[in-house]
Design a protein around this ligand. Structure first.
Ligand code: PLP
Length: 393
């Protein structure tokens, strides 16, 4: 029998990808399945970004680059932080990686020792706890349900921090809930963090541009500039520019930490793809109007989906502030439907009875909910919601 590492046996494959696979299987059998599981925009990468990459190939920009990213892209990222976030960084404080996923992976590998704790609010992006486990550390989950708008309260954060805590993760706007912390809420969390100087913060701003709140986007550094020396900002081009396949993410933070993360990357993947870096630079430096076009579509679909969900008995959906997800509670439906005991069974039921693929909330550490992605056409959404309403009636 093949003997595998304890490390790999401690984690599970990404459950969001599993739903997509199951939906594809049913489709292959000829079933009409509408997928609301997608974690990526249904828009195409804008042309000027593609053209930049094509030109890079023609120019022979097809060799190794510096491990942490090309000088051109790092400069574009420094400019982006200044323009969009009012944050100042030197190029040596930036690390470009193969997607935001690798940015967090590098962080966990560079920072965590066995026995260390990482505070992760639930519902969470599926990969945080597993990447913490891969680093040998312990995820400490803090639950925030729909009754508190899926946001952790300062006293919950205070209660979760111990002397073993190394890192707190904030993801706002959030995958899977779509909610965003206000600047005042972040200031209140920062107040707690000030009392615990041994704790670092990772702010995952991946959905920064996909939000429609009146207040606008802030991260914890906007709320608490004094946390600069212990905050890592994670971001990337995947969602804002419909570039999930190009695999470019980036991190900014204290120089010694970024240097350590770069060392990890140098012995795993080396530099991100040269031509994808050129594309990402074009995305950050070029015309930003594609973001507004996507945003308008996501907002219209969001309004439709939330309203339609709230008309279904046993389903309660809080409006989101951004992203292309919503995260309704389906507790009432689970209670009512015979043979359906939890959110996993409900997702299976929706797949079989309505031909609609959603992701069970337990994948995100929140049983009793499901995640719907509205990164699909309005036609699909109308059909899907009608079929869900019928199956859950
Ligand atoms: N962070 C969050 C909250 C996400 O939802 C995702 C993608 O789903 C990522 C990071 C990583 O994105 P990527 O690796 O495609 O850049």
């Amino acid at each position: 029998k093949l003997q595998l590492s304890d490390r790999v046996q401690a984690i599970k494959p990404s459950p969001t990808l599993a739903v997509t696979a199951r939906a594809q299987e049913l489709r292959a059998q000829g079933r009409d399945i509408i997928g609301l599981g997608a974690g990526e925009p249904d828009f195409d990468t804008p042309d000027h970004i593609k053209e930049a990459a094509i030109q890079a190939i023609r120019d022979g920009f097809t060799k190794y680059t510096p491990v942490g990213g090309t000088p051109g892209l790092k400069k574009a990222i420094v400019e982006k932080f200044r323009r969009d976030n009012g944050l100042e960084y030197e190029p040596a404080q930036i690390l470009v990686s193969v997607g935001g996923k690798q940015s967090f992976y590098n962080l966990a590998q560079a920072l965590l020792n066995p026995g260390d704790e990482v505070v992760i609010p639930a519902p969470y992006w599926v990969s945080y706890p597993d990447m913490v486990l891969l680093a040998g550390a312990r995820p400490v989950i803090v639950e925030a349900g729909i009754e508190q708008d899926f946001k952790i309260r300062p006293e919950q954060l205070e209660g979760a921090i111990t002397e073993r805590t190394r890192l707190v993760v904030i993801n706002s706007p959030s995958n899977p809930t779509g909610v965003m912390y206000t600047r005042a809420e972040l200031a209140a969390l920062g107040e707690v963090l000030r009392r615990h100087p041994h704790v670092l913060v990772a702010t995952d701003d991946m959905y920064e541009h996909i939000q429609w709140s009146e207040e606008g986007f802030s991260n914890i550094l906007n709320a608490c500039p004094d946390l600069y020396e212990r905050t890592v900002v994670l971001n990337g081009v995947s969602k804002a520019y419909a570039m999930t396949g190009w695999r470019i993410g980036y991190a900014a933070g204290p120089q010694p930490l970024i240097a350590a993360m770069t060392k990890i990357q140098s012995q795993s993947t080396s530099n991100p793809t040269s031509i994808a870096q050129v594309a990402a630079q074009a995305a950050l430096e070029g015309d930003q109007s594609s973001i507004g076009v996507m945003l308008e579509a996501f907002k219209a679909r969001h309004d439709f989906v939330v309203e339609a969900l709230n008309r279904i008995p046993g389903v309660t959906c809080r409006p989101a502030d951004g992203t292309f997800y919503c995260f309704p509670s389906v507790a009432g439906a689970i209670e009512r439907i015979d043979g359906v005991g939890d959110d996993v069974a409900l997702a299976e039921y929706l797949l079989n009875e309505a031909g609609v693929a959603v992701v069970p909330g337990s994948a995100f550490g929140a049983p009793g909910y499901v995640r719907l992605s509205f990164a699909t056409s309005m036609d699909n959404l109308e059909k899907a919601l009608a079929r869900m309403a019928e199956a859950l009636a």
